[in-house]
Design a protein around this ligand. Structure first.
Ligand code: ZN
Length: 252
């Protein structure tokens, strides 16, 4: 019996030390993406080895990525959902192995209210959160971006002509993260959410939504791993300036 107990403790502590359950992993930085670093760096297959839940984009900025229950979904600029091949690359994505710590119901709330509810539930603003909200939505407004050709325009320019899609009375899931202010320049501070309809026919980067009723699950993450592009990809990009205003134009 003692031997058996020891084995369990070792396995448990091993898990703690590697921190896999609590680790967010991302490729590149949001400011590099804003500057036009759209060339894919790691494959979807590789990305899934870092997590089963998350958001991002694809090589050449070809649509919006949502990772849910270990599957990657690609919403292209026609607003439809595709299943990308395992060797499709991503220049920017954020994933974790989703293990919710808390969950609660939310009734009749828009994006701002949902954000304030989450901020009240986890008042430590310096805590990374993975957030999943499944439910019935009165309204969801999403966008997806079209694939780009070189020379790449900055993301704020691309976003000016982004196709926007509106859905009414749909069931689906919000997937995303709440990122602390101190991670500015690396990821998107605050809540960054993507949406997938439950029939997997539509989705995208959320601009706005109105939730009728849903269940919110939150994974508090204490580790944050950034995988930078190999080689000289970032060499000629000036990442010294504050890009807060550019980010607003690109994400909202
Ligand atoms: Zn997005």
């Amino acid at each position: 019996m003692k031997k058996l107990l020891l084995v369990f403790v070792l396995v448990f502590c091993g898990g703690c030390l590697t921190g896999q359950a609590d680790r967010i992993t991302q490729t590149s930085t949001i400011d590099a993406l804003l500057a036009g670093a759209y060339d894919g760096q790691i494959t979807c297959r590789q990305l899934l080895s870092y997590g089963d839940f998350g958001i991002g984009t694809f090589d050449k900025l070809d649509g919006e990525m949502t990772v849910l229950n270990g599957k990657i979904y690609q919403v292209k600029s026609d607003g439809k959902v595709y299943n990308p091949a395992g060797d499709t690359k991503t220049p920017f994505a954020t994933v974790c192995n989703f293990k919710p710590d808390i969950q609660f119901a939310i009734q009749s709330a828009d994006f701002k209210i949902v954000e304030s509810i989450i901020n009240k539930k986890v008042s430590n603003q310096n805590q990374f959160l993975a957030v999943e909200i499944s439910g019935q939505f009165k309204h969801v407004k999403v966008r997806s971006v079209p694939a780009q050709n070189k020379p790449y325009s900055p993301l704020a320019e691309v976003a000016k002509t982004q196709p926007v899609f509106e859905m009414n009375d749909v069931t689906g899931t919000i997937v995303g993260f709440r990122t602390p202010p101190f991670a500015k320049g690396i990821n998107v501070p605050g809540c960054h959410f993507h949406f997938l309809r439950s029939d997997f026919k539509q989705g995208g980067h959320i601009l706005d939504f109105e939730l009728s009723s849903g269940n919110c699950r939150i994974d508090k993450c204490s580790e944050f791993l950034v995988i930078l592009p190999k080689g000289d990809l970032l060499k000629d990009i000036d990442l010294s300036k504050d890009k807060t205003e550019e980010l607003k134009k690109a994400e909202q």
